[in-house]
Design a protein around this ligand. Structure first.
Ligand SMILES: Cc1cc2nc3c(=O)[nH]c(=O)nc-3n(C[C@H](O)[C@H](O)[C@H](O)COP(=O)(O)OP(=O)(O)OC[C@H]3O[C@@H](n4cnc5c(N)ncnc54)[C@H](O)[C@@H]3O)c2cc1C
Length: 606
């Protein structure tokens, strides 16, 4: 039938086109030319890629369906062993083939109904349970692949995409239903708040979903050149000099970002989604040294089991992993908590026609230790601004527009207040509370169950205002995928996988966790101060001052903050000696004095 055996030639030519477009874009921006024509070219090639992806999906679907028909019809033992299962499986295979060949809406709908019915009828237990379950997963994947472009993603999607893509069946269980259009889900209440995607996170997404920048632009994301287009108001430097560091960041709402990623994942025929399925428990392997699958409840509360070689806990809280470690009597990781009791309030505004032209986004950093009040404006799709205000240590975040405006007015600088005071608000004010940042030392455990990997917030939850969590999660997904890929040929690729993963992600966690530790600067913050804490703070303050004066230091600092470079870049000897020289400056000695002096200096200037 002329079906393609592999997609290497297609992938290679798409990669060449992507790389040519990326080179054009980088040349255009380096030379200060308009990048809009490149974006249009990228949009056109993107549409071609979309068609190619569609072809790959169809091709894979057809090949997989045919291989199941072959496997089942040429295996008489299967029919004999599974008198109930075999007819249903045969009918299901035929239905999938029909769906592959006839994609008219009526036919699709009829076949989908038949598929749903058959999926529910097909017994999933028996001597050939694994084959049957794999086939059911395949059938389920055929349904969404044909029906809709839907909803959100989380780290689970990123992992499923990368691991599932390489010829392994992947199942992505989500507690929520998956909305068809970008919309926050109950399971991710934080999605109503401003979510910045850092350049390092975007780069990781690019590895997972080549060409995703184009999808982001098509979804309405605003491309921002760091730091030219972002205004950073930091005590003593209100604002930091706006400089062009040659790299971009994309701003869009979290639900829109989820949707972009989800659409990519939906193209993979061997990835099955199980919306509205709550994982209730991890199932231990017979020797209790590993994980053999998950138990879950579906939307009607009906329990089910799913066998799995590898379970990735991207639940955001690690509860399934921690309960499992308890259940098998294994040591749990120590958790370092930094109690910030952070309260968030977010409102969305239409970007006014007379919006300032010297910035696209603003970060107003607090004035510690006296005030932890912080504000952010980020643009998002649909010519809107997402505006978040937050405060630590139990102070309530504003719940109505008057309180919101009063909070914005209380900042050192009037930038945020002035921007929104006449802007039209869209929707309610969303609020969120986060008690603490948490780092779980999985890397310090002597052993870890085979076939289980916690990821994302399950390993480390950072202070939300720093905008790092999603980016770190995407970087971790990339690490896990690379490890998985490199171990594929081993006798037991899962042996030691989690331990290797925990080791490899430590450098990724260091920069954002260092920022989390800085919250201990406030006397009210709960947690253990490191012995060299005061020196660290002084180093940080001297670094900012040096960065304000010296563009090269500034670039390194923001590359680290954008997760493009590891924290160790800030300790390199040449830079460290300049920072230490700056530390000798008297007004850097005490944080209280430092910020007071800078604030007074600034008042004099205004
Ligand atoms: C107010 C706020 C603002 C933030 N702003 C930013 C920002 O600007 N930039 C940034 O990068 N990060 C930001 N973050 C952090 C970011 O939201 C998280 O770091 C990121 O979402 C972590 O991804 P995750 O996949 O680990 O967890 P989540 O995104 O929380 O996803 C967990 C998923 O697991 C599902 N789930 C949970 N339990 C079960 C179960 N038993 N069975 C099945 N499914 C289950 C949930 O429904 C959910 O879909 C912010 C966080 C907050 C609270």
């Amino acid at each position: 039938m002329g079906l393609l055996q592999n997609y290497d030639p297609l992938n290679a030519s798409m990669a060449q086109i992507d790389s040519a477009v990326a080179q054009l874009r980088s040349k255009a921006s380096n030379e200060g030319l308009d990048v809009a024509p490149v974006d249009r070219l990228a949009a056109a090639t993107g549409r071609e890629e979309e068609l190619t992806e569609r072809f790959k999906t169809d091709n894979a679907l057809l090949r997989n369906s045919l291989s199941y028909v072959g496997l089942l019809s040429t295996n008489p033992d299967f029919v004999e062993r599974n008198p109930l299962l075999a007819p249903s499986v045969g009918a299901l295979a035929a239905a999938i083939l029909q769906l592959t060949l006839d994609s008219s809406p009526q036919s699709s709908q009829a076949v989908q109904n038949r598929l749903v019915e058959l999926v529910e009828q097909t017994p999933a237990e028996g001597p050939d349970e694994r084959t049957a379950q794999a086939f059911i997963a395949h059938a389920r994947s055929a349904i969404p692949a044909r029906t809709s472009a839907s909803g959100p993603t989380s780290t689970a999607d990123l992992v499923a995409r990368r691991i599932g893509f390489r010829g392994v069946s992947a199942c992505n269980a989500q507690r929520d239903s998956l909305p068809g259009a970008p919309a926050p889900r109950l399971g991710t209440p934080q999605a109503r708040h401003t979510h910045g995607l850092l350049a390092g996170g975007c780069r990781a997404l690019e590895h997972l979903f080549p060409g995703i920048e184009l999808d982001l632009v098509e979804a309405g994301a605003v491309r921002m050149r760091l730091r030219r287009d972002m205004r950073f108001e930091v005590p003593g430097f209100d604002p930091l000099p706006q400089r062009d560091f040659g790299f971009d960041q994309f701003a869009l709402s979290r639900p829109a970002l989820e949707r972009v990623c989800r659409r990519r994942v939906e193209r993979e025929p061997n990835i099955e989604f199980r919306p509205r399925s709550r994982v209730t428990e991890l199932i231990a392997s017979p020797d209790s040294r590993g994980v053999a699958g998950v138990r879950f409840e579906d939307t009607r509360g009906a329990p089910g089991n799913l066998a799995a070689d590898l379970v990735v806990d991207a639940s955001g809280r690690a509860s399934p992993t921690l309960r499992f470690l308890d259940a098998i009597g294994s040591a749990k990781p120590t958790a370092t908590e930094i109690g910030i009791d952070q309260a968030y309030a977010t409102a969305v505004f239409e970007t006014p026609g007379d919006a300032p032209t010297d910035w696209l986004g603003v970060v107003h950093a607090p004035t510690p230790p006296g005030s932890s009040r912080l504000g952010i404006i980020l643009p998002m799709e649909g010519r809107r601004w997402s505006v978040s205000l937050c405060v630590n240590h139990g102070e309530a975040s504003p719940s109505d527009i008057d309180g919101f405006m009063a909070f914005a007015k209380s900042f050192r600088m009037p930038t945020i207040y002035n921007a929104i005071r006449s802007a039209k608000r869209v929707g309610d004010i969303a609020r969120f509370g986060m008690p603490c940042s948490v780092l779980r030392a999985f890397d310090k455990l002597d052993c870890f169950p085979r076939g289980l990997v916690p990821i994302g917030d399950s390993v480390c939850r950072f202070p939300p205002v720093q905008g790092q969590g999603m980016s770190v999660a995407a970087q971790e997904a990339h690490v896990l995928a690379s490890l998985f890929e490199s171990r594929r040929e081993r006798g037991d690729p899962l042996y030691g996988l989690a331990e290797a993963f925990f080791r490899e992600i430590q450098p990724l966690l260091e920069a954002p966790w260092t920022v989390a530790i800085n919250d201990l600067l406030y006397p009210q913050t709960r947690g253990e101060r490191p012995p060299d804490f005061e020196t660290r703070l002084q180093y940080g303050r001297a670094l900012i001052r040096l960065a304000a004066e010296d563009p090269e230091t500034d670039r390194i600092l923001f590359e680290v903050r954008s997760l493009l470079r590891p924290q160790s870049a800030l300790r390199e000897p040449r830079l460290a000696s300049r920072v230490k020289a700056m530390m000798a400056t008297a007004d850097l000695v005490s944080p209280t004095r430092y910020y007071r002096v800078r604030a007074v200096d600034q008042e004099k200037q205004h």
